[in-house]
Design a protein around this ligand. Structure first.
Ligand SMILES: O=C(O)C/C=C\CC(=O)C(=O)O
Length: 282
């Protein structure tokens, strides 16, 4: 099943994408697709639905993030060899984890806003895991039982804030609009190929990132289990699984986003996002 939320921020309603890629409303059938929806076994309630009877939405006002109100966003750094090389780093003994503020969440066609004082806003296409069931100290073998599905995401990053403002990476990873996800969330039963899908990102029509999740250093199952060593996971929690090579920081000279740029990002099978970049204005 492909699930999405449609509507202006704060007024989203639940929808699904049918087999002809038409958006159909789930209003009155279930609540908005959110951490509460997953915690309340919302996916189970959608089984045996008569999709053809659901009203079609021809022109949605806006497509929102396909999972609202995540309790936390955990992200993985340096999870592809070529990306480690381009940043001049070396592989760490264990996965690198950081958080992104939940207020960074945004929709798949929303603006990416360069925060006040930003000079080095960078792109990072990523496969995003959506947790479906509570998880505590689970093994890699059990990880899939706790995954609801996947979506496309961009780990937008302000490199100066991340690397030169002291302390943890989260300073550069958390501005509003820095975690766009969607356009839809594909449930695990329809997306078993998560460890073998193409990922790409273009800036102003030029391909910057092109890789495949089969080159991740730490697999999705490993990451879910590894994160669980340090914290429990709850329905709706998001895991950004790391970006491959081709970020602006790795270019010579480095290249960053400026107002007016256009970013297109896609994980194969999970849909494409498109964003215009603007500067923060009060
Ligand atoms: O130079 C570093 O220390 C790391 C720079 C970028 C890595 C990153 O942000 C990631 O998510 O991976």
């Amino acid at each position: 099943m492909k699930l999405l939320n449609v509507g202006l921020p704060g007024q989203e309603t639940p929808c699904l994408l049918d087999s002809n890629n038409r958006i159909r409303s789930l209003e009155g059938v279930c609540d908005v697709i959110s951490s509460d929806f997953l915690a309340n076994d919302g996916l189970q309630a959608l089984k045996n639905l008569d999709v053809d009877s659901l009203p079609i939405i021809e022109k949605p006002d806006r497509i929102g993030a396909p999972l609202l109100n995540p309790g936390k966003i955990i992200a993985v750094g340096l999870n592809y060899d070529e990306h480690i090389k381009e940043t001049g780093g070396k592989q760490q003994d264990e996965p690198v984890l950081f958080t992104k503020a939940v207020s960074a969440l945004s929709g798949p066609f929303d603006l990416i806003e360069r925060p006040k004082g930003a000079t080095q806003v960078d792109w990072e296409i990523e496969l995003v895991v959506i947790i479906g069931k509570p998880a505590r100290y689970i093994s890699e073998d059990d990880a899939e039982a706790h995954i609801a599905g996947f979506c496309t995401g961009i780990d937008v990053s302000e490199r100066y804030f991340q690397k030169s403002r002291s302390g943890q990476w989260l300073k550069g990873k958390s501005a509003d609009t820095f975690a766009p996800i969607g356009p839809y969330f594909v449930t695990l039963d329809e997306f078993k190929q998560y460890q073998s899908c193409a990922v790409s990102l273009d800036v102003n029509g030029k391909r910057m990132q092109a890789s495949n999740t089969d080159t991740m250093i730490h697999s999705v199952k490993k990451l879910v289990s590894y994160i669980n060593e340090f914290m429990s996971l709850q329905p709706g929690d998001l895991i950004f699984t790391g970006t491959p090579e081709g970020v602006g920081l790795g270019m010579n000279p480095p290249q960053f986003l400026k107002a007016g740029d256009k970013v297109v990002a896609e994980v194969e099978g999970l849909g494409a996002q498109q964003h215009n970049v603007v500067d923060y204005s009060a």
